[in-house]
Design a protein around this ligand. Sequence first.
Ligand SMILES: C[S@@+](CC[C@H](N)C(=O)[O-])C[C@H]1O[C@@H](n2cnc3c(N)ncnc32)[C@H](O)[C@@H]1O
Length: 261
Amino acid sequence: MAVDPDKVDGRQAPRQFAKLSYDRFREMAQDPQLSASEKIGYPDQFRDGCEPAIFADFCNKLPALNRPGATVLDIGCGCGELTRMLIAHCQAQQQRLLLVDSDEMLQQLPGGGDALRIAGRFPEQLAGALGAQLGAGADAIICYGVLQVAFLDANPFRLLDEAMALLAPGGALLLGDIANASKLRRFLCSDAGRHFHKAYMRSESDPEVPAFAPPGDRIDDAVVLGLMQRARNAGFDAYVLPQPAALPLSNRREDLLVTRP
Ligand SMILES: C[S@@+](CC[C@H](N)C(=O)[O-])C[C@H]1O[C@@H](n2cnc3c(N)ncnc32)[C@H](O)[C@@H]1O
């Protein structure tokens, strides 16, 4: 069975979750038919209930999240349970939190609280304003599930450059939940991937993974490793890290962690 880039775990994902642009997220945020996870582009089964494990992974990869008084920036925060957990966490830790997303998305979050909400598209509409707001920079920057959007409709290298520029010395940027088509291909060619595919598809057929298939508008190893190298060439440390195996998309997604020495 051929592997379709628009499928999630082999089964056809609803079209509305494929190839989402910034503007499409703005529309989805306002769609009353969608659940909280669907508004941020995840079918419920790939997000609901996983938020505590994702948040624990944030705290492992971004040590400043465990430090009272730290400055935390979330670029493309969405409006789901994960963001609500981050708001509560930062409040409890007396951390300064800045949330960036479209106005339509930010409006879906509960009101009140100390978090500063900044509406607009990063970096095109916001890089300068954010730099001014942050002053000495952010100790932790979360940018989770956003890179594939920038890859589709903007310049992911510029997003990286501008996000790194907002880091305080010693700070860390998590470009997380990067959908990597090369990683998915490797998985589907393994015994584990073949088992997974057959069970999920309820089929006896192996997945078909054509050699040398062009990645199209999907991120692949070349992009992930190119971003890592770009960060290093700009004077930052950068690492590609796995997601915990318990996360639902860990077999095809990974994280890029960038730290300012
Ligand atoms: C897949 S969702 C992830 C939301 C959240 N980070 C999470 O994991 O729960 C991607 C989010 O990034 C936002 N987004 C995409 N591109 C953006 C950009 N250039 N600037 C600001 N927000 C952006 C979308 O509106 C959407 O809310």
